[in-house]
Design a protein around this ligand. Sequence first.
Ligand code: PEP
Length: 250
Amino acid sequence: MRRPLLAGNWKMNTSLTEGVDLVEALIEQLGAVTDHEIVVCPPFTVLGALAPLLAGTSVQLGAQNMFYAANGAYTGEISPLMLREIGCVYVILGHSERRQYFGEDDALINRKALAALEHGLRPIVCVGEVKAERDSGRAEEVVVQQLRGSLQNIKPEQMQNLVVAYEPVWAIGTGDTATPADAQSMHATIRHTLAELSDAATAQTIRIQYGGSVKADNVDELMAQPDIDGALVGGASLKASDFVRIVRFQ
Ligand code: PEP
């Protein structure tokens, strides 16, 4: 059985104080959750303040990006070792905003994913088509290509520490969401591709999250789909009560 993974991507939001307030409210409202895995991914500047607050709770820490080198002359970058040291368990890689605004491509995301796994971080690798690609019937082709490019050379035994997030770009931050049936169909394609990249048994262990305007009123239907194993939540993760409702999907 795949344990559902609900992750909040705070993006470039929250000051230090706001981040601490948000996580304190989250912990208080959440109580003990044992059947779902919960992760918050705040900005880098907030990670250090949250680590001690999250210790011993059911909420884990994740980062929104990293570079692939362990250290060196890479001004402005953050390494996997630094993320591990500060208490991160997960790292989001290849989010569509990184692809769109920072020119990240599958080859770079692949280097980052390999480095994350090598250093004991669990990468959440994001894939997803833009609107024109969906409208022209190319969504699956695009997503399969992104998977093949970003997950090259990952050993089958490392694959189980990997998470894939299917995030149709047209659904991110727009209020539009994929229908549960369309999302399920893409998730099944992703699992099939993961089986080709590893093997069928390994593919059954890999969590595939859906992301794109997940909210309290659509999470239950999405999570009821057999190949949807969690959600990557942007906007709705910035309000504790909304995120708690999502985490407690039925
Ligand atoms: C995201 O940023 O990964 C995301 C899915 O955002 P939102 O939930 O706001 O659409």
